[in-house]
Design a protein around this ligand. Structure first.
Ligand code: NAP
Ligand code: HSE
Length: 430
């Protein structure tokens, strides 16, 4: 029986999950692959750090380059996070002909095209299922069972931390807890549960979802998707008032990623807070659950959802990749796992899309609220009665469908208005 030797780069939340599942499921892995697995190196930054999952001290090292270059190592699992050193380490591993498994969406979104080419050149496997929506096998599906479809649209919640925060904020607000307190407590909990990124601004500012949507769109639409073409907005600027208003009006707010082919052939990919009807299946995803709703010209619709972050769900995806990589090594076909043949194609900015909008204005008096209603007049706003709140006078209006470019142009001067304290715009699901 062949022994597969692994260098594990990182032993934090995900690395710990990988070590746990490797131990717990050792027998199963052997049955699945006819291989034995041996972890040769566990790379960390601080060897003295206490670890939730024990690591034999003789395996721990801070020398990642040495671990990657060890000729005995067959597979490198990168779960460090950040662009560098992971990008260089993955490159070196592939150049040495080693199979690489990574959960790193930042690297795969920014440098994925280059790394995929490198893997092909060096006939090495580069597998990254865990980089998008943790345990949900979305990338495998797109490259396998659904690959015979023309994908038309992918819409989903791809960041668990923000879903966890928004769910907890809604619950806390209903119990009269202040929004700021609910936000910071939920974020702290998401961090302690291992859902959040090492720098959680990546979650709450939408970068994590932006990376994931770029990777997902690349495989769904077989087109190069430059990261900068993916529109990004996070949830940090949302107020508790928005969640309260949304609920009152029969909606909920989620951070939604969308990738869709427009009628002119261009691809639009975007991430932003979105109002959804309370009965929408994506709204039904609570806490750290994620979900992706796909439409394609053969299967029509498919909704994949589940627990997509944290140690074990992420490790589950990594083990799936590990089994594939090990089988390929055993059969001498590493590097033959199909990689997408991408086409150049145009991407469209968010300005090319039309949305219905929620507009919440807080003014020092009722006068500036009138100016907002006038700016929205073209899109037949349905406005709620003005309410007096501690910050001033507040009004919420919902518009009919409006082209983003024109809509934002109408609102732009009002963002400088001296008597407007808040002007919050949230798009409806289109
Ligand atoms: P984490 O808990 O911060 O763990 C990172 C690990 O990498 C730690 O063991 C750290 O060492 C080590 N490390 C970081 N930089 C290093 C360096 N320069 N040299 C040596 N070791 C280094 O992060 P995580 O949550 O496990 O996430 C890891 C990766 O998986 C990220 O790319 C993340 O985006 C991705 N991911 C995470 C999840 C999730 O739910 N957490 C889900 C899917 C994908 P120390 O322990 O000594 O600090
Ligand atoms: N921080 C990420 C999230 C981890 O919350 O979705 C899973 O990729």
């Amino acid at each position: 029986m062949r022994t597969i030797r692994i260098a594990l780069l990182g032993a934090g939340t995900v690395g710990g999950g990988v070590l746990s599942l490797l131990r717990e499921n050792a027998e199963l892995l052997q049955v699945q692959t006819d291989c034995r697995f041996e972890v040769r190196h566990v790379v960390v930054r601080d060897p003295a750090k206490p670890r939730a999952v024990p690591v034999p001290p003789e395996l721990i090292t801070t020398d990642a380059e040495n671990a990657v270059r060890d000729p005995e190592v067959d597979i490198v699992i990168e779960v460090m996070g950040g662009l560098e050193p992971p990008h260089s380490l993955i490159r070196h591993a592939l150049q040495a002909g080693k199979s690489v498994i990574t959960a790193n969406k930042m690297v795969m979104a920014i440098a994925g095209d280059e790394l995929i080419r490198l893997a092909t050149t060096h006939r090495a496997d580069l597998l990254y299922e865990a980089s998008v929506a943790g345990s949900l096998p979305i990338l495998t599906l797109l490259q396998g069972a659904l690959a015979g479809n023309r994908i038309e649209r992918a819409v989903g919640i791809v960041n668990s931390t923000t879903n966890f925060i928004l769910t907890r904020m809604e619950q806390a607000l209903a119990m009269g807890v202040a929004a700021e307190q609910a936000y910071s407590e939920a974020l702290a909990q998401a961090q302690s549960l291992g859902y959040a990124e090492a720098d959680p601004s990546s979650d709450v500012e939408g970068y994590d979802a932006q990376y994931k949507m770029a990777i997902l769109a690349r495989l769904a639409f077989l087109q190069y998707v430059p990261l900068e073409s993916v529109y990004r907005e996070g949830i940090a600027h949302l107020s508790g008032r928005d969640l309260v208003w949304a609920r009152r009006l029969g909606y909920g707010i989620k951070l939604i990623g969308t990738a869709e082919r427009l009628s002119d052939g261009r691809l639009n990919v975007r991430v932003h807070p979105t109002l959804l009807p309370l009965e929408h299946p994506l709204y039904g995803l609570r806490d750290a659950n994620s979900g992706i709703w796909l439409q394609g010209n053969g299967f029509r619709e498919l909704f994949l959802h589940g627990f997509a972050a944290g140690a074990r769900p992420t490790a589950s995806a990594i083990l799936g990749d590990l089994i594939l990589a090990a089988r390929n090594l055993r059969m001498g076909i590493a590097g033959t796992t199909p990689q997408p043949s991408l086409q150049p194609g145009e991407t469209a900015p968010i300005e090319a899309i039309s949305f219905r909008y929620y507009v919440r204005t807080v003014g020092t008096s009722e006068e500036p609220l009138k100016a907002v209603r006038e700016a929205l007049a073209e899109w037949l706003p349905e406005c709620q009665p003005v309410e007096q709140i501690p910050e001033g006078y507040e009004q919420v209006c919902l518009t009919a469908l409006a082209p983003e470019s024109l809509f934002q142009a109408h609102l732009a001067p009002l963002r400088q208005h001296p008597d407007i304290r808040q002007l919050q715009v949230i798009r409806f699901l289109s």
